[in-house]
Write a new protein. Structure first.
Length: 394
């Protein structure tokens, strides 16, 4: 409720998240809210840690300080990612948002490593922690602030599909747990003289390290080139198959250059007996309409299929029967029959689920060739093994 009120007050036209300017305002607002909240928490916890002598509370304070820096980096990341395309970067600078999230993750790791060392020193040389009620209540209140901040960043991150803000949200929810451990150790200090502070500091530091490692894994994936979003794949395929002349699709590849900056290419199977100009017009319309609908840049390659040729239909049916007997092959596409007379080449791609070694690929091709030659002694298969990006639709 509070999150929605803040968004409506500070973001004009807040529902128009397709507009890059509106999306950037969300990022800027989330960053400012994060800086203010974490600065307050840092000052509060650092003061309590200094006065009470608790290394666990001090570690938690500097964790909030790193979160404040993370929010500042997030703002910078949004600014840089929104820069227009230029000669050296024709697809824009959208991936800088992922890089900013990666910087945040490494900062979290640095804080964790630093306080593992400090907490270990406290275990070796323990110092008593002085409990006071008011600081205890303030620490409890800080947990509620962090809990709200995590939910706020999660809400904004999901609304504008921001990897950076989702990373900050995960970090914040991890901080809720670490702060709870710190508060618990501070409370225990009231009833025992056992030096638990250093041990709790170690636990907090390890949790911070784990959160940083998880963030690195999540943010580096789109930079390396992760598998396409299944929902987008299905929307592209289903949208294309709405056009009457398109009988199937395959070889879908999606390149992500940042949120709202996706380029996709796909092969569309069309009848070979239709005028090329007519096919081109339909494909051209499909590219424009689907690109606008899904906010991507779609490029479609036409694959003509001889759907009325008797030899093609018979051969296609025979291949389908052979593939049904294979546990590895899911489907095939781009079938072409090359040559005249008895000796012919069947040229086609087979789709497999997962990667095969070179030896496995050669064995698969050999098996396929043997199966075909049971019916056609002089046929030879020329096969390309293709990974499953999207299942064929015939």
């Amino acid at each position: 409720m509070i999150s929605k009120i803040i968004i409506k007050k500070f973001i004009k036209d807040s529902e128009n998240i397709e507009d890059e300017k509106v999306r950037n305002r969300y990022g800027f607002l989330a960053g400012i809210v994060g800086i203010i909240a974490n600065l307050i928490l840092f000052i509060l916890k650092f003061s309590i840690g200094f006065l009470s002598g608790s290394i666990a509370i001090t570690a938690d304070a500097f964790n909030n300080f790193s979160d404040m820096a993370s929010s500042a980096i997030t703002i910078i990341g949004f600014r840089l990612a929104s820069m227009p395309a230029d000669e050296k970067h024709p697809f824009g600078h959208g991936r800088l948002e992922y890089i900013s999230a990666l910087v945040v993750a490494f900062m979290v790791m640095f804080v964790g490593i630093k306080f593992v060392q400090t907490s270990f020193e406290r275990i070796v040389n323990p110092i008593g922690v002085e409990f006071n009620l008011i600081p205890f209540v303030l620490l409890l209140a800080s947990i509620l602030v962090k809990l709200w901040l995590g939910k706020f960043n999660k809400y904004v991150g999901e609304k504008i599909d921001s990897a950076a803000l989702k990373a900050v949200a995960v970090d914040a929810m991890g901080d809720v747990f670490t702060s709870s451990c710190v508060v618990l150790s501070y409370l225990i200090a009231k009833f025992t003289s056992i030096p638990l502070d250093g041990y709790v500091g170690i636990v907090v530091s390890l949790i911070i390290l784990y959160a940083g490692f998880s963030l690195i894994k999540e943010t580096i994936s789109p930079l390396l080139g992760e598998a396409p979003d299944e929902e987008m794949v299905n929307e592209i395929v289903d949208s294309l198959l709405q056009y009457n002349i398109i009988s199937g699709v395959h070889d879908l590849i999606i390149h992500n250059y940042g949120v709202g900056k996706c380029i996709a290419s796909i092969h569309a199977e069309v009848p070979s007996n239709i005028d090329i100009m007519e096919i081109h017009e339909v494909i051209d319309d499909a590219e424009k309409e689907i690109s606008k609908k899904l906010n991507i840049h779609l490029v479609i390659h036409m694959d003509p299929i001889a759907i009325e040729d008797e030899e093609f239909i018979k051969t296609k049916n025979e291949l389908e029967e052979i593939i049904e007997r294979s546990e590895i092959i899911e489907s095939f596409h781009d079938l072409r029959i090359v040559g005249k007379g008895e000796k012919k080449n069947l040229v086609f791609d087979v789709v497999v689920d997962g990667d095969l070694s070179h030896i496995e690929e050669e064995d698969l091709k050999k098996w396929m060739n043997e199966q075909v030659q049971k019916n056609h002694k002089y046929y030879n298969c020329v096969i390309l093994v293709d990974k499953n990006y999207v299942k064929n639709h015939f």
